[in-house]
Design a protein around this ligand. Structure first.
Ligand code: MG
Length: 167
């Protein structure tokens, strides 16, 4: 049996605006502002989707779900992540682990971490223990620090097993 390992990286940023829901990892977090974008602007799902696609060299989220396409307007980003999971599984890749950082000045993400991990685990069909999630602030500087935006970074590891070739 031979094992092929892959790693992918993903990044996303969306503006924080009034009259939008704040949805991170599919979990709605009560706050006065939310992430603005064509879809539900879930930075964490977008970053993980890109990391999955990147690890398997399957393009990126913008290519698969163009913002110009009306069918993705206000879309639940679970659709994107689910599609990426199905694509990599279709190429016989298994997700080893996911690790992510969310940069958000306010509100605190930590109270929602477990719910986010569980939701992502359900979509990715892996144990929640395989999903790392950290929350960072930006020390009051830059767009995230001023509360104008939030961003997410993610890495994903994949493994693909294949029977060793008979000589
Ligand atoms: Mg995005």
């Amino acid at each position: 049996m031979t094992q092929e390992f892959r790693t992918g990286i993903g990044y996303d940023l969306h503006r924080l605006e009034l009259n939008r829901k704040l949805i991170i990892g599919g979990v709605e977090i009560p706050f006065e502002k939310g992430l603005a974008g064509h879809s539900d602007a879930d930075i964490l799902m977008h970053a993980i989707t890109d990391a999955l696609l990147g690890a398997a060299s399957l393009g990126d989220i913008g290519e698969l779900f163009p913002p110009s396409d009306q069918q993705w307007k206000d879309a639940d980003s679970e659709v994107f992540l689910q599609h990426a999971q199905e694509l990599v599984a279709g190429y016989s890749f298994r997700i080893v682990n996911v690790d992510a950082v969310v940069v958000l000045e306010r509100p605190k993400l930590l109270p929602h971490r477990r719910a986010i991990q569980k939701n992502l685990a359900r979509i990715l069909k892996i144990d929640a223990e395989r999903i790392g999630l950290k929350a960072k602030t930006s020390e009051g500087v830059g767009p995230c620090g001023r509360g104008e935006a939030a961003e997410a970074h993610a890495v994903v590891s994949l493994v693909r097993e294949s029977a060793a070739q008979l000589m």
